[in-house]
Design a protein around this ligand. Structure first.
Ligand code: AMP
Ligand code: ZN
Length: 112
């Protein structure tokens, strides 16, 4: 399967690996929408959050707690936003589950 983020995980496409463990990888978004804009992904391929089930509960928990840990490492003490765009209407453009970590500026609501 030709998946951009699987190619990043495997190292075929090089990125700055800001965090990595057995299950997860974090790297900078190539088109940052905030002073800090990282992507945190499971190394295992899931096309989106909608393609996960309770079987992935532990992994999804790690995805969130690790995102919070990375936010601390990035000194985002005044706050940040996590985004999981899901499917066409969710604005998802890369078909491999990922969390956006956005910070370093004040976020507005509602999102576009
Ligand atoms: P989404 O629109 O939620 O699917 O987010 C996909 C994100 O992947 C976008 O914010 C893109 O800027 C980002 N992106 C696309 N290609 C790369 C790449 N090669 N390295 C890092 N981020 C990328
Ligand atoms: Zn993938």
């Amino acid at each position: 399967m030709d998946c951009l983020f699987c190619n990043i995980t495997s190292g075929t496409i090089p990125v700055t690996r800001l965090f990595e463990n057995e299950h997860l990888l974090a790297f900078p978004d190539i088109n940052p929408q905030a002073p800090t804009h990282l992507l945190i992904i499971p190394k295992q391929h899931f096309s989106s959050l909608a393609h996960t089930t309770s079987e992935q509960s532990e992994l999804l928990g790690q995805l969130l707690t690790t995102s919070a840990e990375i936010a601390r490492q990035q000194h985002l003490a005044t706050g940040y936003r996590l985004v999981i765009n899901t499917g066409h209407d969710g604005g998802q453009t890369v078909g491999h589950l990922h969390v956006h970590l956005l910070g370093g500026r004040h976020m507005t609501w509602p999102p576009g």
